[in-house]
Design a protein around this ligand. Structure first.
Ligand SMILES: [Zn+2]
Length: 458
């Protein structure tokens, strides 16, 4: 056996009608060679097959192979809240949500997280930036075989208890750090401007940098948050603080936007991910851009909760790294990146009355490589290029609504949904094949989730 043939024996070549490397033009009748967990080559099928003699060949036929989606914001732990609280504005939604969340046991969080993880895999999401309340989703992420930054959330408005709160956070991070691995990084997520004090933001940002962790927060999501920060009024200043027992604490009208408010506490930087950024002014966008921060854009969640439409065009024009996030099934019902791409293109074109705003290729770019850049992982993932981790998915194009295909980007963004994904690989390991989840018992995951719903709501 020739040397190159020996090498090729460890290689699998995946061939499909279309390959979208994302970092370069689509290839018709293309192939991707995967060896040792990495992409070895992507390009015209004939060339790739010739370059890897003796490699195993997998034919996907009428399908599109592309990098796995990077979901820049999720909460797997709330998957059992899918499809209820559908018709409340953000502030009221949050108050109700807190009540229902308190009913979940540690085991319920685990069940809910496994539901979220299994949905992500079958939807073609290979990387998630997951924010965790209970910390349970880290185990579901590992079980599913996903790549992730699992962010531990932190809450605290009472500065008299700050050192205690920080010690609890450090202990949680120590425990989570033991779960780190090739696919899993741990980050820190101070929850939001209305649940974390200024002093605590500063402390948490310091802690994240001291421990080399990425930092994220919910920022400028709703008008209620803007009212709270600017004038110390509204549902978050009154009802929320009363509900969580913070009503006795001093608060001030800070007189600025949420983005300006956080700027004071050394939170921003290239390692920082701002989630939402709907209620932002042009100077706010400049502040974020100058700091090197990235943004997770969650168009469906923001629209559904009546928060509004984030100025994606302004983010992109300012050179901000932007990825797409599904947010939790409690607010957006399904973790379908096709749905997020479609919502984004329709909302932004509709709101600006301009069909030149975004195109399908840009949407796929934002949902893959853009997300990887936003999470600081584009050296490893986000595109199909030699040397990158083999995180890829295949989408079935057999159905009539995909016929004919002039442009594969168009087919994906305007026509596809999560049910069309039939193959998912993370780091060279297939975790979803022929629409079957290989790492979890999908039926059991769903049955357990239904049982939680029955137990809590009858
Ligand atoms: Zn969130």
């Amino acid at each position: 056996m020739m040397n190159s043939e020996k090498k090729s024996a460890d290689t699998t070549v995946y061939r499909a009608e279309w390959i979208l490397p994302v970092s370069s033009d689509p290839v018709h009748d293309g192939a991707v060679a995967v060896s040792g967990g990495f992409v070895s080559a992507a390009g015209p099928a004939r060339e790739i097959i010739k370059s890897f003699p003796g490699a195993k060949l997998v034919e996907f036929h009428h399908a599109i192979i592309l990098p796995g989606f990077v979901n820049c914001h999720s909460h797997f732990e709330y998957s059992v809240f899918r499809g209820f609280l559908d018709n409340l504005n953000f502030g009221r939604w949050l108050l109700e949500f807190i009540d229902y969340r308190s009913r979940l046991s540690a085991e319920d969080y685990a069940v809910s997280s496994r539901l979220g993880a299994s949905e992500c895999v079958s939807a073609g999401i290979t990387t998630v930036a997951e924010s965790m309340y209970s910390g349970k989703s880290v185990y579901a992420i590992k079980e599913a075989g996903l790549r992730a930054i699992a962010f531990q959330e932190a809450f605290g408005m009472d500065d008299s208890r700050l050192s205690e709160t920080m010690a609890t956070l450090e202990a949680a991070l120590d425990e989570l750090d033991e779960q780190r691995g090739r696919l899993l990084e741990i980050g820190v997520f101070p929850h939001a401007t209305y649940t974390v004090s200024a002093a605590m933001y500063r402390e948490v940002a310091n802690l994240a940098r001291r421990r080399g962790k990425k930092l994220a927060t919910h920022l400028a999501e709703s008008k209620a948050e803007s009212a709270y920060i600017r004038s110390g009024s509204g549902v978050l200043a009154m009802d929320l603080r009363e509900k969580v027992g913070w009503e006795y604490l001093m608060r001030e009208p800070f007189g600025v936007t949420p983005v300006k408010y956080l700027q004071q506490w050394d939170v921003y930087g290239p390692d920082f991910l701002a989630v939402h950024c709907v209620q932002v002014s042009s100077p706010d966008v400049a502040v974020l851009a100058n700091s090197g921060a990235a943004i997770a854009h969650c168009p469906k969640s923001n629209a559904k909760l009546g928060c509004g439409i984030a100025p994606l065009h302004a983010f992109l024009e300012a050179g901000i790294r932007v990825g797409l996030g599904t947010d939790s099934p409690a607010s957006s019902n399904v973790m379908d990146m096709f749905g997020e791409m479609r919502t984004a293109i329709f909302l932004h074109r509709g709101a600006q009355r301009d069909a030149a705003v975004l195109d399908a290729a840009e949407c796929v770019q934002i949902a893959t490589l853009g997300g990887a850049k936003a999470l600081g992982m584009d050296d490893r993932i986000g595109s199909l290029e030699p040397g990158k981790q083999a995180d890829l998915i295949a989408v079935d194009m057999e159905h009539s609504h995909f016929t004919p295909i002039y442009d594969p980007y168009s087919a994906l963004v305007y026509g596809a949904s999560q049910e069309d994904v039939f193959f998912v690989m993370v780091g060279g390991r297939p975790i979803y094949e022929k629409k079957v989840l290989l790492t979890m018992d999908e039926e059991k995951v769903s049955a357990d989730a239904r049982a939680v719903k029955e137990k809590l709501w009858g």
